[in-house]
Design a protein around this ligand. Structure first.
Ligand code: HEM
Length: 178
């Protein structure tokens, strides 16, 4: 019987994500052609949809690392966690991060001409968040090789990093305090 962690379902999930990304790109491209006045609310909506998907992965992945760290690296359970982690990263988090950046930079350029202390601080915080994303991506590969580089306690603490950065970024984006 086929199991979800087998290669075929993984390929199907990746194909679905790729077609969603193409659909996103066509819609965003079409809207941008309509000009900034029309595009602004639509692009901002697509931006928020992309960051929600990105954050869902950033908040969930360290939870998987915590439980994965308790497994025997050669067990079926560890294999299941590895497949879950790498699909979350490849099929959801990586595309969502790319779309968040492209649409965020479009808004920053077209609407705000990269002006505003809140926007500079926000971009700095998103660069830090992207750094955490990169660290998680490296960890997915280590776990995939059965190398548990950190303790469950470390991943519990690391879980707070995307949470704190998300709070700072959303307040900067909506309140624009400076
Ligand atoms: C990747 C780099 C990013 C850039 C350059 C960027 C830039 C922007 C810009 C220029 C706006 C429009 C603000 C307005 O219309 O008032 C915006 C909206 C928004 N961004 Fe981002 N953003 C980025 C990533 C993120 C991330 C990672 C999050 C959340 C974790 C986020 C959350 C939001 C929210 C909630 C809004 C809506 C704000 C509102 O309607 O008032 N952004 N972003």
């Amino acid at each position: 019987m086929e199991r979800q962690i087998d290669v075929k379902p993984g390929r199907q999930a990746a194909k679905k994500a790729a077609s969603a990304l193409v659909f996103f790109a066509v819609v965003a491209g079409g809207i941008m052609i309509a000009g900034p006045d029309v595009a602004y609310p639509w692009i901002k909506s697509l931006h928020v949809i992309a960051i929600i998907s990105w954050m869902a992965g950033m908040l969930y992945l360290p939870r998987l690392f915590i439980y994965h760290s308790d497994c025997d690296p050669s067990s079926d359970q560890a294999r299941t966690f590895s497949v879950m982690e790498s699909r979350l990263m490849k099929v959801i988090m990586n595309p969502a991060m790319v779309v968040s950046w492209i649409l965020g930079l479009y808004l920053a350029w077209q609407v705000f001409e990269f002006q505003g202390g809140w926007l500079h601080a926000k971009i700095a915080a998103v660069v830090a968040l992207s750094g955490v994303h990169g660290y998680f991506s490296k960890a997915v590969k280590s776990f995939g090789r059965g190398e548990y580089i950190r303790t469950p306690r470390f991943w519990r603490m690391m879980n707070e990093a995307p949470t704190l950065l998300m709070i700072i970024i959303v307040v900067l984006a909506i309140v624009k305090p400076f």
